[in-house]
Design a protein around this ligand. Structure first.
Ligand SMILES: *Cc1c(COP(=O)(O)O)cnc(C)c1O
Length: 297
């Protein structure tokens, strides 16, 4: 980048971005500090104003943003960044637009739900994990490029394997010898098929919505995040504790939240041990622990 007159480069993603982006920064050797995290709003979506401010600052500091990453379904709450707004900015600034749809990408298989990912079609590249909501065994991560020829930016050949002209994508990926996971993806696409996936996606989103309604109606539970997809977070807060919280001092509120955090962890552990459900704990911004419900995983 110095050759082009820049001081450095940066990759931008919301603070809810997946930890694997940090790994990618390590592998690329750009340094963790160059993966810049942008604040998210109360709905866990990237703040566009904050992104614009950061871009202005980077421009001022002569640092070139090489990629903006939109998250289409955060792992904890299934929140989707405003993809069209991100695409507009990336287009205006000439920045590569990547969408991390590892979790939420399968939603595209549903004609009824696809609109939630509007703008994803404008991405230069998209990650989708088939081992999440496409129900393929681990690990079947995929990255799709709008312009397939860009994979040629990285290309390695050897005499004994991956010879020039070989169709093996190992010449473009970090792994050379790879398992044949593509066969399982291919099989599932044919056996479950679009209509099957649509059914699975629609039903899981419906179930999460019903579960959210049940939580909202129950006096002893609190919905922490509304489900956009099939994920939601909630916690057990007995009605009497809710009443106590409403009239507690700041110090008492902190104490009650800390006790509730321990209680949430305890409940989740017992639930996991009983083996009937898949709920894990997630620390939301303020440090409160919520239980995260993943339908179908
Ligand atoms: C699961 C996930 C990834 C990738 O994680 P893997 O463990 O490699 O599958 C990336 N981003 C998001 C949002 C995810 O949910």
């Amino acid at each position: 980048m110095r050759h082009y007159g820049y001081r450095d480069l940066a990759v931008l993603v919301s603070e809810r971005g997946h930890y694997s982006l940090g790994k990618a920064a390590d592998v690329l050797g750009i340094g963790r500090d160059q993966l810049i995290s942008i604040p998210a709003d109360s709905q866990n979506r990237i703040c566009i104003d904050a992104l614009e401010d950061t871009l202005a600052q980077l421009n001022h500091d002569n640092i070139k943003p090489v990629a903006i990453v939109g998250v289409a379904g955060t792992t904890e709450t299934g929140s989707i960044d405003p993809l069209n707004a991100l695409a507009d900015i990336a287009e205006r600034e000439g920045i590569h637009f990547h969408v991390d749809a590892a979790w939420g990408g399968a939603t595209l298989m549903s004609n009824n739900q696809r609109h939630k990912l509007a703008g994803i079609e404008r991405a230069d590249s998209v990650t989708i994990d088939a081992h999440k909501q496409l129900y393929v065994p681990m690990g079947a991560g995929m990255v799709l490029f709008k312009d397939p020829s860009v994979v040629a930016s990285i290309e390695h050949h050897a005499e004994y394997i991956l010879r020039k002209g070989a169709k093996d994508l190992g010449s473009h990926t970090l792994e050379g010898s790879r398992s044949g996971m593509a066969m399982l993806v291919f099989a599932c696409m044919n056996i479950i098929s679009r209509r099957g996936y649509e059914l699975l996606i629609d039903q899981s989103i419906d179930k999460a919505a019903s579960f959210a309604t049940m939580i909202n109606q129950h006096p002893d539970f609190e919905l922490v995040s509304d489900p956009e997809l099939c994920l939601l977070t909630y916690r057990f807060v007995p009605a009497r504790v809710q009443a106590a919280l409403a009239m507690a001092s700041e110090e008492q509120v902190d104490l009650i939240h800390s006790l509730l955090n321990d209680l949430t962890k305890f409940v989740q552990k017992r639930q996991r041990e009983s083996g009937q459900t898949f709920v894990y704990t997630y620390k939301v911004n303020a440090g409160a622990v919520a239980a995260s419900y993943h339908h179908g995983v």
